[in-house]
Design a protein around this ligand. Structure first.
Ligand SMILES: Cc1cc2nc3c(=O)[nH]c(=O)nc-3n(C[C@H](O)[C@H](O)[C@H](O)COP(=O)(O)O)c2cc1C
Length: 196
C-alpha cells in the first residue's frame, strides 16, 4: 500500500504562498508514489478553541481528542499517516493562532509512561516543517523551526524543514519564483526518501 503524508496547512490565506509551496512539495512526494492528504487547519470548525485542559485524553487508554468537533477529529487522524508536515506562514515569530489551536490539541496524541517517557502512536514518524515569512531566518523563521523540531525530538521523529524567507506577499505570487518552486518540489522528494 502506498505511504501517506498528512499536511497540516496553516495559512489563513487559502490562496496564499504557503499553500502553493506545500502543494509543490506534495507534487515531489507524488513523483515517488506517495499520497498527500491535507488538513486546512484555519478553517476547521470547533466547539472550543484549542485545548481546554479537560485531560480526558490522558484518562483514556485511547489516543485522540475527546472534544467532538472538526478540530479534534482532524488531530485524531494524524496517526493514520506515515509522516506529518506542518506548512505554515510565520506570524509574530511563531505559528498563526489557528495552528496553535491544532497543535495544543495534539496533546491528545501523547501519554506519559511510568518513567515519564512519552508514549505516542506518532513515535518515529517523520515530522517536517515548510514555512514562509516576509523576513529572514535569523531571529525569525528559525524560532518556528525550533518550535516544531523540539516536539519531533521528544518522540524520536526524524525532522526536516524547508524555510522560505523573504517570501513574496501577493497571494500565489510565489508560483512565478522558479527557485522557490524547485526548492519545494525537492523538499517533497527529500521527504519521500525518508519514507522508503
Ligand atoms: C499577522 C501577521 C504576522 C506576521 N508575522 C511575521 C513575522 O513575525 N516575521 C516575518 O518574517 N513575517 C511575518 N508575517 C509575514 C508572513 O509570514 C508572510 O507574508 C507569509 O509568507 C504569508 O504566507 P501566505 O502567503 O501563505 O499567507 C506576518 C504576517 C501577518 C499577516
Amino acid at each position: 500500500m502506498s505511504k501517506k503524508v498528512i499536511f497540516i496547512l496553516g495559512s489563513p490565506r487559502k490562496k496564499g504562498n504557503t499553500n502553493v509551496l506545500a502543494r509543490e512539495a506534495m507534487r515531489g512526494l507524488a513523483e515517488a508514489g506517495i499520497v498527500s492528504v491535507e488538513i486546512d487547519a484555519p478553517r476547521l470548525d470547533f466547539k472550543s478553541p484549542g485545548c481546554i485542559s479537560c485531560y480526558k485524553c490522558q484518562q483514556s487508554k485511547e489516543y485522540g481528542c475527546h472534544i467532538r468537533d472538526e478540530l479534534g477529529q482532524a488531530v485524531s487522524r494524524l496517526a493514520d499517516h506515515d509522516a506529518i508536515v506542518l506548512a505554515t506562514p510565520l506570524y509574530w515569530f511563531s505559528y498563526p493562532a489557528q495552528v496553535k489551536m491544532f497543535i495544543d490539541r495534539m496533546f491528545s496524541m501523547i501519554k506519559f509512561g511510568e518513567e515519564h517517557e512519552i508514549l505516542s502512536p506518532l513515535r518515529g514518524k517523520p515530522m517536517a516543517l515548510l514555512a514562509t515569512a516576509g523576513g529572514g531566518v535569523e531571529e525569525n523563521l528559525e524560532l518556528l523551526d525550533t518550535q516544531w523540531r523540539l516536539p519531533a525530538s521528544k518522540i524520536d521523529a526524524p525532522y526536516r524543514s524547508c524555510l522560505f524567507p523573504f517570501c513574496q506577499y501577493a497571494p500565489g505570487g510565489v508560483a512565478n519564483d522558479a527557485a522557490a518552486m524547485t526548492k519545494a518540489a525537492a523538499f517533497g522528494r527529500e521527504l519521500a526518501s525518508l519514507l522508503k
